[in-house]
Design a protein around this ligand. Structure first.
Ligand SMILES: [Cu+2]
Length: 428
């Protein structure tokens, strides 16, 4: 994650930090601010242990973040080094129709090897993105997108001290392969923020007392309810513009619709390690099959013997008591894939993957210090703890009233599975 790129000329603003990414440098040419994006094949490490062969911009997926100021005149050169044509659509930005980047509708496609120029004036500040509008299904599935932030002309308007941005995307990459399956519509196996997954995602490091903004965009095929622990907050900006204070309401989970963008602000007054993640629990997992049977409550010991005899001698039975054991296990993996759940925290396995990272709020950091401060040192007496021996000091756990649930032992007896006919064997 590159530290914020402060402006060296023009109006003052607090630049954003792009999660596991960077901001595109520019040059001034008269009163035009000039950027250059190169669409090209890239290699992106999704997390340590797995690389993907994607398409992106300027050597990375996502492309670098574009930052400018309301009122700026922008000239953006786009060079196409892909094997097929492309364009760029500037999502949410108000501009002339011919600059909108829809291939075939607003402009001719940019053929491989060609460079096009987009020129427009930034009419308003806000939270936007860019992506191709040519063979979109393939090009977005291959990782082509980037963040686009327009800062207010008035440096005091909605100013924050730390401003994090990322875009959600999803990939379907078979273990042992490198290129996403671009025909997948819903059943993806990697749910990414800026083409990275936990434990490959940087932390959101925040100084206690800072005013903080998190801006997110969604280019997947489903919505993502993003939940942050430890705070409540409100949506302050969408890709349509700033939300007036009278129209905000408190949230701890913000649903990001497909194609949409949301920003929320909070004041970091509570130190700690606070999880931030998608609340669809399959989206905080890495590569996994979804056609696995549920074995909770199943006695698998006999089954393992039988399967080892007829099929694979390495067959392992899992899931009889849930799947948490997968978080602790260091299993040999096929080449170029990631464990379903992984990562260790100060108290044990985190059992996470995908769209998950940690907001680390600490006292006394320097103004633009984003270095990982390590795990939070909880003040004495503020960590949940085990009670020793008989829990005599604990209140008696209430039990449901008779007949209110299906846990009546007599009823369970009646539902016991009957032995197959004609087979002898021991009864459990
Ligand atoms: Cu999600």
């Amino acid at each position: 994650m590159q530290p914020p790129l402060f402006p060296t000329s023009g109006p003052d603003y607090q630049p954003v930090v792009t999660l596991n990414g960077w901001t595109l440098p520019w040059r001034m040419n008269g009163d035009w601010k000039e950027f250059h994006l190169v669409a090209e094949p890239v290699v992106r490490e999704i997390a340590p242990g797995m690389k993907a062969h994607l398409w992106g911009y300027n050597g990375q997926s996502p492309g670098p973040t574009i930052e400018c100021v309301e009122g700026d005149k922008l000239r953006i050169f786009v060079t196409n080094k892909l094997p097929e044509h492309t364009t760029i659509h500037w999502h949410g930005i108000l501009l002339p129709s011919g600059m909108d980047g829809v291939g075939g509708l607003s402009q001719p496609h940019i053929k491989p090897g060609k460079t096009f120029v987009y020129e427009f004036v930034m009419k308003k500040s806000g939270t936007f993105k860019y992506h191709p509008h040519a063979d979109e299904m393939v090009q977005i599935a291959m990782g082509m997108f980037g963040f686009f932030v327009v800062h207010p002309r008035n440096p005091k308007f909605m100013r924050v001290d730390r401003d994090f941005v990322f875009i959600m995307n999803s990939y379907d990459i078979d273990p042992g392969s490198y290129v996403p399956k671009v025909m997948t519509m819903l059943d993806f196996n990697l749910w990414t923020w800026n083409s990275r997954v936990f434990p490959g995602l940087d932390n959101l490091v925040v100084r206690k007392g800072d005013r903080v903004r998190v801006r997110m965009g969604n280019l997947t095929m489903t919505n993502h309810p993003i939940h942050m622990h430890g705070y409540d907050f409100a949506v302050t900006c969408t890709d349509g513009g700033w939300v007036p204070e009278s129209a905000r309401w408190p949230e701890v989970t913000i649903d990001i619709p497909v194609g949409g963008m949301r920003a929320f602000d909070f004041v970091a007054d509570e130190p700690g390690d606070w999880a931030i993640h998608c609340h669809k629990s399959h989206h905080t997992m890495n590569a996994m099959g979804h056609n696995v049977r549920t074995f909770i409550g199943v006695e698998q010991r006999d089954l393992v013997k039988a399967i080892r005899g007829v099929a694979s001698p390495d067959y392992m039975a899992m899931g009889s008591q849930g799947m948490a054991e997968m978080g602790e296990m260091e299993m040999p993996l096929p080449d170029n894939t990631l464990p379903m759940m992984t990562g260790f925290g100060p108290f044990g396995p985190l059992e996470m993957g995908g769209m998950f990272t940690v907001v680390k709020v600490r006292e006394g950091l320097a103004a633009n210090d984003y270095k990982d401060p390590g795990w939070y040192k909880n003040p004495p007496g503020t960590v949940a703890y085990e009670i020793g021996g008989e829990p005599s000091s604990a209140p008696t756990a209430p039990t449901p009233p008779r007949g209110a649930t299906d846990t009546n032992p007599k009823k369970t007896q009646e539902l016991r599975v009957i032995k197959p006919k004609g087979k002898s064997g021991h009864q459990h």
